[in-house]
Design a protein around this ligand. Sequence first.
Ligand code: NIG
Ligand code: FE
Length: 450
Amino acid sequence: MPLASTACRSRASATSGYPHPASARALRRHTDSTVRRVSARLLIRDLAQVATPAGRSAPLRGSDLATVDVLEDAYVLCADGRIEAVGRMRELSGIPGAVVEFDGRGRCAIPGLVDCHTHACFLGDRVAEFDLRARGASYEELHAAGGGILATVRATRAGSEADLLAAVQRHRRAMLRMGTTTFEAKSGYGLDRETELASLTAIRAAGGIPTWLGAHSVPPEFADADAYLDFALDEVLPRASSLAESADVFVEDAAFDVRQARRYLEACRDAGLAPRLHGDQFTEQGAIELAIEVGARSVDHLEATGERGVRTLAASDVAGVLLPASALFLDRPMPPARALVAAGAVVALATDFNPGSAFCESLPLVCSLACTQLGLSPAEALAASTVNAAQVLGRSDRKGRLAPGYDADVVLLEAPDWRYLAYHLAGQVVADVFVAGEPAGATEPAATRA
Ligand code: NIG
Ligand code: FE
């Protein structure tokens, strides 16, 4: 099934011949200078497969989530940061102008992965807590004892703005190596004005899409959640609203209740931020109903969601963001993914990368967990970590597909079949990553152009 646009095919056939393919290694050696200096088109050629969620609509629900178009022996042509054409090698007759070629032999192309839920702006680690948990302590107990999120708040407040930027850049490089070309990251480990704003600034400077998680936990200098929200909404929101795109709240016994979350999200929405929620992670508190009420983009976690919640979410336009690495890391029940898809809910996948509940930057691993633990097929996992994740970030018109007009964010898998993305458990499956038509290494530190 040809994916190249008619316009692109006729342009290609209007000229004859094209340069000999550079070897992948040769191109890698010349990426920084060659690709930029001549601003040529990039032709990724001789790919074993090009796989992309089908169609152009978003979000994908129900059976549409499982429709992936696969072209064998194919190419991807990129120009000016966008995908110009996708097609079969035998249909490629020539391309006018300067072309840089990349030999894709033995590899499969998929869209750049989109991580729509991370907490990538933090300092320090929680390896000692990990050790305690491995020996029986629970995440909730550690949190109640002043560890958990508040331990990372202490470490993050102690650093400088430069430290924060360096940390997000480091995590961003790890994500890129694992095929994530677009990432969201939340603040929420500052919980004071200076550190929250520095976090949002660092996330943006590192190429991420910032979310103000101003309601992550109640810091110790406040008597209660209401007093903290008075401060956060009066003192931080006015500036956070110009740095972030979304606002997030942790709805849980040990964090914020539904009344407090409503107050926070309504104020943020009125200031122009798109509401999102951490909900049903440990207990059902009414987060799904609140998400629908405030017109949220997503409600994330859902490990504790029951049948009623599944039905309610499926009847709405709010996406359920599933975080199986977090459920695995905390030994919690997996979210009811199959029931959500069957009921017609919008589902996306993300890592939840953070130092406490999911120290994992790998969306390929999340796709493996989706197939082995959540009952999703590889096709559903691909769509949930590309198109639907891009929808959660308000970018599904540009990101999440390999089709003409989309951003040229392309991941090459070292594999004969694109389903190795989920099949190769914790494998080094990602071989090459292109962001906006350039090898990812050439675009640091602003690797994604959000
Ligand atoms: O999504 N649940 C709330 N926040 C994070 C965990 C943060 C942490 O443990 O540091 C989550 O799991
Ligand atoms: Fe989270």
